[in-house]
Design a protein around this ligand. Structure first.
Ligand code: IMP
Length: 181
């Protein structure tokens, strides 16, 4: 797998250190609020697993699986819910945990949907933020790292379901996906 990576952006250790900081901030901001962390499957599973271990306050988790229609490396913003939450979120402090915000279309659709269920608050924590690519404004409340306009994989993020198990985040070589979109 490593031979398909052009450049490592964030090492295992860098990710660990940064996730610790984000977890600490969330612990402070949500003190006494018993937040519900909503993990967006599948990309955010690793971030969630590490993040919750850095959160020092009572909290709960739930999972939502969505698929976005579109090309292999690009989303269209039309999201389809493959698995909805099991938890009612009315009156809860909901924190969405996402792997990467790219165009913003997915997070826009998800926040709209969850917003209709009347949570007490609704915020976004994303591991990666590809700010340059935004097509629609999204308020990112917590982020791990900003990334350049490149296709990245590892630490939960995939290309065609591959590379999720890499412990670091790296830029995928273009030749792997070029011509396949
Ligand atoms: P958006 O709707 O364009 O913001 O895209 C968000 C989704 O697209 C993420 O949840 C990822 O699943 C996927 N995505 C966007 N950029 C990347 C990337 O660089 N690597 C892997 N997946 C990505």
């Amino acid at each position: 797998m490593k031979e398909d990576i052009k450049e490592i952006l964030f090492s295992e250790e860098e990710i660990k250190n940064r996730v610790k900081i984000v977890g600490k901030k969330i612990s402070e901001d949500y003190k006494g609020k018993f937040p519900l962390l909503v993990c967006i499957l599948r990309g955010a599973f690793m971030f969630l697993a590490d993040l919750v271990r850095e959160i020092e306050i009572p909290m709960s988790v739930d999972f939502m699986a969505i698929s976005s229609y579109g090309g292999r490396t690009e989303s269209t913003g039309q999201v389809k819910i493959l698995k909805d939450l099991d938890t009612p979120i009315k009156g809860r402090h909901v924190l969405i945990v996402e792997d990467i915000v790219d165009t913003g279309l997915t997070m826009d659709a998800v926040t709209r949907l969850l917003g209709t269920r009347k949570p007490a608050s609704l915020k976004i924590a994303t591991l990666l933020d590809k700010v340059e690519r935004r097509k629609i404004p999204v308020k990112v409340d917590y982020y791990g790292f900003r990334v350049p306009n490149e296709f990245v994989v590892g630490y939960g993020l995939d290309y065609e379901e591959k590379y999720r198990n890499l412990p670091f985040i790296g830029i995928l070589k273009e030749e792997i996906y070029k011509g396949k979109e």
